[in-house]
Design a binder for this molecule. Structure first.
Ligand code: SF4
Length: 273
């Protein structure tokens, strides 16, 4: 099942450490509000909105939660599974910092088996460390920076499909064909959120298309303890000192001057779906 059908983009979610099943690991603390095990198998909800946005614009995209697959099946062969994946572009989230090791290690495995396919990274941690990542991790070709990247992602896919270098793709850090680092301006910071919404119908479509429920599960215990979130805004008005998503962090690292809210009507629509 895992080798078909081919897609334009597969978004992969790594465990915090690869391979946590073989390596003794001292896991850090995890918040009570996140229904994830310490390997942080929960993928960011942005995966759902990005897949939905691409599908609406004619691309085929897929989510594969490798961390859940590894948790549910101790014998699951990650490398063989990756080898059989059929995608033009691969993407990883590096939103929460605990995924730094897992995402970059698995990206290396993807590059080994799909050397011609570009690999992209996104999320707040990737945005903050974008220069270091593009400099020291050759397996990563693109980093989409900022808290909202659906439109830049679509632009990037259009450029890749047309075989063009992404000179004008907003929010993108990338490497030219001759290896030079390029940092495009972070100009895509929308204050209107209503056309970027989470359509859970897209997830059901993925399950049916790939006949694979496990890959799309947001966390290991979802079937016995299902819940999800309704995201009302991007950004935050507060400045909790330990938080990478604070007002200060958004202003100084992600170009956002203040929270951008979804309308009440759109939220009701999202909940009804
Ligand atoms: S700064 Fe905002 S997002 Fe971060 S912990 Fe505080 S309230 Fe939450």
């Amino acid at each position: 099942m895992d080798s078909m059908p081919g897609v334009d983009l597969v978004l992969l979610h790594a465990p915090s450490v690869y391979d946590f099943r073989k390596r003794p690991t001292m896991h850090g603390p995890i918040s009570d509000v996140v229904p994830s095990t310490p390997v942080f198998e929960m993928y960011p909800l942005g995966f759902v909105s990005m897949v939905g946005y691409l599908e609406q614009n004619g691309y085929k995209a897929r989510i594969v939660n490798l961390a859940v697959k590894m948790l549910k099946n101790p014998k699951f062969d990650v490398e063989q599974f990756i080898k059989r994946l059929d995608a033009k572009v691969f993407g990883f989230d590096l939103h929460w910092l605990p995924h730094a090791a897992g995402s970059l290690d698995l990206a290396e495995i993807v590059k080994k088996h799909h050397p011609d396919a570009p690999i992209l990274l996104g999320g707040l941690s990737a945005s903050y460390f974008h220069e270091e990542i593009i400099e020291y991790f050759p397996q990563i070709d693109y980093i989409l920076r900022g808290d909202t990247t659906e439109k830049p992602l679509l632009d990037l896919m259009n450029h890749i499909s047309a075989g063009k270098e992404p000179e004008n793709v907003e929010n993108l850090t990338w490497r030219t064909k001759d290896g030079r680092k390029r940092i495009n301006p972070m100009t895509f910071v929308p204050t209107e959120m209503d056309d970027l919404w989470i359509d859970y119908g897209e997830v059901i479509k993925l399950v049916l298309r790939h006949r694979d429920l496990e890959s799309t599960l947001p966390y290991e215990s979802f079937m016995s303890y299902p819940f999800t979130a309704v995201l009302t805004c991007k950004g935050c008005a507060y400045n909790c000192i330990t938080c990478g998503g604070s007002c200060y962090a958004f202003k100084n690292s992600f170009n956002r001057d203040g929270p951008a809210h979804k309308s009440a009507e759109k939220l009701v629509e999202e909940i009804n779906v």
